[in-house]
Design a protein around this ligand. Structure first.
Ligand SMILES: Nc1c(/N=C/[C@@H](O)[C@H](O)[C@H](O)COP(=O)(O)O)[nH]c(=O)[nH]c1=O
Ligand SMILES: [Zn+2]
Length: 360
């Protein structure tokens, strides 16, 4: 097999654990000697061994003089497990193919330095694009210290997310909604506004036959005005509520001790500050499910990295129906935000479009 094929296998191993390794990146490793694969592994869960450890364990003493293909630079710091770079040296690996350098400025290049100083040949950048994509949200968070934001909306062909009376059940198909649950499971947290909680009473949990981790439910509610019967106040999944300075956080916290209240220091919440606060609380990726007013704030301030649009073959009509993105219209079309369409696919009877602001 070619070196690309071996790296492709490592990338498949990494891709298979997306969503289950947070706050760590998803990593895959393959050990090869004389054209034979003698070890492979993925990082399965934060706190567990790293991919290189599994792969080199399988290789045993065959690892002497072998090549290793790994999707992310071997770590050089003592986390919950000893540094992988030292393990590669110990196991006398001959050459390391590394797809991407660690994005964490504190450790970038340190692992490679250890390998090179020990005389291990290192080649960086093999299938870098594919490897970067796997941990794009992790890399974004490492560089910006605030969550990678995916804005998600489900709409009719004429761009409505609900009727004027607020009804929206359902717009998209079972398969599209299952796809949404998979995306939810990939994100650390899911955010909706108080309006969506009021009108939809969403559960915001991951309900898939194969299971999946429930993201933290983040509710924006300036005055902490959430009706007591709302699903998001139950114990199904962790819930954080972000409120304004004026809200009586103490009383709410006493009433709902299982809910984390993050109080901003302004009456009206500033989205930039909310994202910073979520970053400080370790949220690396945020799935914004709306509604239309919340989407408008993310658009207006360009605070999203990707948008996932699910478009159903339905025409609703009605100037008073709820649009995907609400708020006030810019006066000129030239003020529209240009995006690039990254992908377009059929999901059930619906179309899923992934787009991102031009210029990233
Ligand atoms: N109406 C629709 C959606 N609606 C999206 C939000 O308005 C809902 O409150 C939220 O997804 C409900 O979450 P749940 O209670 O956990 O199921 N989203 C979709 O993808 N398709 C739809 O047809
Ligand atoms: Zn490691």
């Amino acid at each position: 097999m070619s070196k690309e094929k071996y790296m492709e296998l490592a990338i498949t191993l990494a891709r298979s654990t997306i969503g289950q390794t947070s706050p760590n990146p998803s990593v895959g490793a393959v050990v090869v000697k004389e054209g034979q694969i003698i070890g492979m592994g993925s990082h399965l869960k934060a706190g567990k061994e790293h991919a290189e450890v599994y792969a080199l364990d399988q290789a045993g003493d065959q690892s002497v003089g072998a090549d290793i293909y790994v999707t992310l630079e071997p770590c050089a710091h003592h986390g919950k497990t000893p540094p992988c770079a030292n393990l590669l040296v110990e196991r006398k690996v001959k050459k390391a193919y590394i797809a991407t350098v660690d994005p964490n400025p504190k450790v970038a290049g340190k692992g490679i330095e250890i390998l090179r100083n020990a005389g291990i040949e290192v080649e960086v950048g093999l299938m870098e694009e594919e490897a970067r994509k796997i941990n794009e949200m992790f890399f974004y968070y490492m560089n910006h210290k605030q969550p990678f934001v995916t804005m998600k909306a489900a709409m009719t062909l004429d761009g409505k997310i609900a009727t004027a009376s607020g009804d929206s059940k359902w717009i998209t198909s079972e398969q599209a909604r299952a796809d949404v649950h998979q995306e939810r499971a990939r994100h650390d947290a899911i955010l909706v506004g108080a309006n969506t909680v009021k009108h939809d009473n969403p559960q915001l949990t991951v309900r898939l036959p194969q299971g999946g981790k429930n993201p933290i439910r983040v509710i924006l509610s300036t005055k902490l005005s959430i009706q007591a019967d709302r699903h998001v106040l139950n114990h199904e999944a962790p819930t954080w509520i972000v409120c304004g300075q004026q809200a009586d956080a103490e009383a709410f916290q006493k009433k709902y001790p299982h809910i984390k209240v993050i109080q901003m220091d302004t009456d009206e919440m500033e989205l930039e500050e909310v994202l910073k606060a979520l970053g400080e609380h370790g949220i690396q990726s945020l799935y914004v499910e709306g509604g239309s007013r919340v989407h408008h704030s993310f658009l207006e301030k360009q605070l999203f990295q990707e948008c996932h649009w699910y478009i159903a073959p339905k025409l609703l009509g009605g100037a008073d129906a709820i649009p995907v993105i609400g708020g006030k219209s810019p006066s000129k079309m030239a003020d529209a935000l240009d995006v690039t369409i990254d992908s377009m696919e059929q999901v059930g009877t619906d179309i899923k479009i992934i787009a991102r602001p031009k210029g990233g």
